[in-house]
Design a binder for this molecule. Structure first.
Ligand code: ATP
Ligand code: MG
Length: 451
């Protein structure tokens, strides 16, 4: 981190007194550590082709921020003065996307380089085709083009407004991002409350970066969030779904969850889950424990390079709301009741965040298996192990037990059964029948096993 200290000193100390207050600090190549080696070949290709065509092209956002922090950027974003159509013409492998915010995706196999044209503040346009703001301040369209200086001012946080120029290998820091990287601070550019009103998702982004980078949110940037959560309500459910994936399934889900709860935002993402946590009547906070364990589990899997599926995490987040809904359904056998409750809970949730069918289907299957896994008689156990959701459903059972639910060691039974020989399996199934029913706590009506 030494180079950043060096840098900040330079920024503070070597600043000519007459420097325009709004111009960027330009950090020359011998004063920073970003080299072309840190940048993906495809991003470099795009930068050079823009340059060769006579346009400006900068690497910006997470690409610059994460390299300065010694982290591997998740993706590379490029800003240019070329208009989207002009960028599209330069790259055969590109597509124009977006309406609210038009940009170009240049595709290289699995890697997508996002190229955005410099935007100016919407106040400079009378043309509602280009810019549109709702009465509440929300930006509905944001397609007024401008200079790189304009572009920097409409980015969200100072640490996201540093531009790396391939032409001279300099960093242009427009908002004091270098200093905030050194201070480990998330600071909004401009007046925070107005910037949240323009785009409420910035509140979620502040929390996401705080958790991901282990930074503090600057007090002035943090303070309005506590009371502005309701601004998230009109955000389209599809955009919210994208955001919750980034929030909860990027490897810092547990920390992000605590921040979302602290800032009173969680209830606008998962209202039923939030209510279940608030109204938890178990003695030992089982509901919240279950959510936290599920998130910790995903974080650990991501850290180990294993895959995580949104379906599993969403099934966990909505498990207790599902139980509460089930408790209200009367006079229905367990499986149809489960199906009804699942449908109701998902219908409620998709008002806030969409859940594509490719995720809601496996969610329902994981829930369904929670009723099936206790029923192990005859050939059932052998069939269940072969079920395509067995692994997820079994993990789910372990998670429920870890959070304090008493399932009479069901998880342990399945742990042994999975790896047991045929002979041992047969014996295990037989022993089930013989075991005298233990004294158990009265069961909820829908949980009764049929065996
Ligand atoms: P990461 O890719 O690691 O999630 P990032 O900062 O690159 O982080 P992106 O969503 O890729 O985030 O966006 C790229 C850049 O675009 C940001 O760094 C920021 O400068 C700008 N940006 C993105 N979303 C917004 C927003 N809602 N308001 C203002 N600026 C934004
Ligand atoms: Mg990015």
């Amino acid at each position: 981190m030494g180079f950043i200290s060096k840098l900040v000193n330079m920024v503070k100390g070597d600043q000519p007194a007459a420097a325009a207050p709004t111009g960027p600090n330009v950090i020359t190549r011998d004063h920073h550590d970003i080299s072309r080696r840190d940048i993906s070949d495809n991003a470099l290709k795009v930068l050079y082709r823009l340059k060769d065509a006579g346009y400006q092209g900068f690497l910006v956002g997470g690409g610059v921020r994460d390299i300065l922090l010694g982290k591997q950027p998740k993706d590379f974003d490029i800003a240019t003065d070329a208009h989207p159509e002009q960028v599209h013409k330069l790259f055969r492998n590109s597509i124009l996307i977006g309406r609210r915010f038009r940009l170009v995706h240049v595709r290289f196999g699995r890697e997508i380089i996002e190229v955005a044209t410099f935007r100016a503040s919407h106040h400079t346009s009378e043309n509602s085709n280009q810019a549109k703001q709702a009465e509440n301040g929300m930006l509905l369209r944001d397609n007024v083009y401008g200079t790189v200086d304009d572009d920097a001012m409409r980015r969200d946080f100072t640490i996201n407004a540093m531009y790396y120029n391939i032409n001279g290998f300099t960093i242009h820091d427009f908002a004091g991002g270098i200093e905030d990287i050194e201070k480990r601070s998330i600071r909004m550019i401009g007046e925070p409350q107005a910037r949240y009103r323009e785009d409420p998702v910035r509140m979620l982004r502040a929390i996401r970066f705080a958790a991901k980078l282990d930074f503090e949110i600057d007090p002035d940037t943090a303070e309005p969030i506590h009371t502005l959560g309701h601004l998230l309500e009109p955000i389209p459910a599809a955009r919210m779904f994208e955001e919750i994936l980034k929030l909860l399934l990027s490897g810092n889900g547990e920390q992000t969850y605590y921040l979302l709860r602290d800032y009173d935002l969680f209830k606008f993402l998962f209202p039923a889950t939030d209510a279940a946590i608030e109204n938890d009547e178990t003695e030992d906070f089982q509901v919240e424990d279950f959510v936290v364990l599920a998130l910790r589990n995903s974080d650990e899997r991501i850290a180990q390079g294993k895959s995580v599926t949104p379906a599993y995490l969403l099934a966990a987040l909505l498990w207790h709301p599902l139980q509460q809904r089930l408790a209200q359904i009367r006079n229905m056998p367990p499986i149809p009741a489960m199906h009804q409750a699942a449908q109701d809970v998902i219908l409620q949730q998709v008002k806030r965040t969409s859940i594509p069918r490719r995720f809601s289907t496996p969610m329902k299957e994981i829930w369904d298996m929670q009723l099936r896994l206790p029923r192990r008689h005859g050939n059932r156990a052998a069939e269940l192990v072969d079920n395509k959701r067995f692994r997820a459903a079994y993990d789910f059972i372990l998670l429920r037990e870890a959070s304090g639910e008493d399932l009479e060691n069901l998880g342990e039974w399945w742990t042994e059964y999975q790896f047991a020989s045929g002979e041992r399996r047969e014996q295990m199934t037989k022993e089930l029948g013989k075991a005298a029913p233990k004294k158990r706590a009265p069961k909820k009506p829908n949980e009764s096993a049929d065996g």
